[in-house]
Design a protein around this ligand. Structure first.
Ligand SMILES: Nc1nc2c(ncn2[C@@H]2O[C@H](COP(=O)(O)OP(=O)(O)OP(=O)(O)O)[C@@H](O)[C@H]2O)c(=O)[nH]1
Length: 478
């Protein structure tokens, strides 16, 4: 790989690695900050808000159920032998209407009659699994329990029942009463929570049953069956408040829990750790895009700079600094190129060795600076008169070399004569050197074997002859 390509690759890699590292570190730090904010602020805040909403949605019906459980009307009616069931039915209907409940019910322990807002529904029986809730309520030490069951009175729709015991002041169990809330509307509320706060929300009983949640989780699930959460489920159930994380299907979930005293339920707010990435990826992509653009611009500038300096260096390497003509090395390289096309075509290639006559005298009389000026002027004149395909160089000192492709000896001689004459009659040179500047030129033509040394030697020999013949003339090689 060339130096230039190596430089471009190294610089590209440096920029790309630099940008990628910077972008990655900044992405990592931003992600940590976003996660901290999610765990420390957003989830607890969501939990607070949902707690307030759960209080509004569930605690009020619970208060009403509690009021029903402690209502002396029901106690008296049961103790009075359950006369006139319409009074209980009316009572239940009024409660149901007033508080917008899905159902209101009362069960007498004496007769096992189950009343609801439209009258007697059935009798509860220990042999009917649907009535398990009732016999369970009888046994528990507390006053109340929340249950999720199908409601017989409403086409078996899943209903949240808030069950309260009815008992006498001395604690004798008389039956159960309470409200049923429509599950569909409550799960909708939880789905609304999810949409509003962007987190999963569910309520869990102290034994780990999922009681209420949005529709994303099957109802039959318990917390123990929820994949991934098993690692922390014991802590979730035993701590009044907590922050946990668990992994499910390669995704990390954050869990914020809180015990709701009044309902004896655990409120769980769950967020995907990856949700913070959604906000962070666009800036990352912008950074990488900027990196791409900057890399491109830097590479273009670098390429231009390298090309510029390369050209300058090539100029220094190939140019004669005084005259701007090709130096000996560049001329040799050109000769080799031109030679190969002549080898194919077999056409003649002419070489002119051009030497300034008595140049030493110019230096001696006018000084070295004038000598330089004269050499530059001669170079310009020679350059001006050459054809596009010709190749002119400075061979050394006051000696120039001119290569004429596809030119035979006679044509070359004519051209050399013209060059000599042009120079002899040039006005500027006459001004610089009043004593006059003349050229001696030796011409040699190659047709078969193109060898620069031999070619130069032949032209030099002709030049020597020109000098011998009194200078200011053209001589051709035999
Ligand atoms: N000013 C200047 N003089 C140079 C340069 N290169 C060579 N010379 C001078 O050119 C002169 C060449 O002198 P000679 O080789 O004796 O040839 P000449 O005086 O031209 O005589 P003939 O070639 O025999 O006609 C020397 O004095 C060199 O110092 C240059 O770049 N600048």
């Amino acid at each position: 790989m060339k130096f230039k390509q190596r430089m471009l690759v190294v610089v590209s890699l440096l920029i790309i690695v630099g940008f990628t590292l910077t972008a990655s570190v900044s992405f990592y730090l931003s992600r940590q900050a976003a996660l901290d904010s999610l765990v420390e602020h957003e989830m607890p805040l969501t939990s607070d808000n949902i707690y307030a909403e759960v209080q509004r949605d569930l605690i009020k019906p619970r208060t009403v159920s509690s009021f029903m459980g402690n209502d002396t009307f029901l106690e008296d009616w049961i103790l009075g032998g359950e006369q006139d069931p319409t009074s209980v039915t009316r009572y239940l209907n009024e409660i149901k209407q007033k508080y917008g409940a899905f159902t209101a019910f009362m069960v007498s322990d004496l007769t096992r009659n189950y009343y609801h807002a439209e009258g007697l529904l059935k009798q509860v029986s220990e042999s009917d699994s649907r009535d398990d809730w009732y016999f369970h309520l009888r046994q528990i030490p507390g006053d109340s329990e929340l249950n999720l069951d199908p409601d017989l009175a409403n086409g078996d729709e899943l209903t949240i029942f808030i069950n309260f015991k009815i008992h006498t002041s001395d604690g004798t169990f008389l039956g159960a009463t309470g409200l049923g809330l429509n599950l569909a509307s409550i799960t909708q509320t939880f789905s609304d929570y999810r949409e509003r706060y962007g987190n999963n929300v569910y309520l869990v009983t102290p034994t780990g049953n999922l009681l209420l949640h949005d529709r994303s989780v099957p109802f039959s699930e318990t917390l123990f069956q929820k994949i991934g959460i098993q690692s922390v489920v014991d802590q979730v159930l035993s701590q009044p408040e907590g922050r946990f994380s668990y992994v499910k299907d390669g995704t990390t979930y954050l869990l914020n829990t809180r015990h709701i005293e009044e309902l004896n339920l655990i409120l769980c707010v769950e967020a995907e750790e990856g949700q913070v990435d959604d906000a962070l990826f666009p800036p990352l992509f912008i950074t990488l895009f900027v990196c791409f653009i900057v890399t491109g611009v830097v590479l273009i500038l670098l390429l231009k700079a390298i090309n510029h300096y390369q050209q300058e260096l090539e100029g220094v390497a190939w140019q004669d600094p005084l005259t701007g003509l090709l130096n000996r090395r560049a001329f040799t390289e050109r000769y080799e190129r031109i030679k190969s096309s002549h080898l194919r075509s077999g056409k003649p290639l002419a070489l002119l060795m051009i030497d300034v006559d008595h140049f030493k005298a110019v230096n001696d009389h006018g000084g070295h600076a004038l000598g330089d000026k004269v050499l530059q002027t001669i170079a310009q004149l020679l350059n001006r008169n050459q054809r596009p395909a010709d190749c002119l160089g400075r061979w050394g000192g006051e000696e120039f070399i001119l290569l004429l492709p596809e030119t035979d000896l006679e044509q070359a001689r004519v051209i050399a004569e013209r060059v000599r004459l042009n120079l002899e009659t040039d006005g500027l040179l006459a001004t610089l050197c009043p004593q006059g500047v003349t050229l001696s030129i030796g011409v040699a033509v190659e047709q078969d074997v193109f060898d620069l040394d031999a070619h130069v030697l032949a032209a030099d020999t002709a030049l020597y002859q020109a000098k011998q013949d009194g200078r200011n003339c053209v001589r051709t090689a035999e």
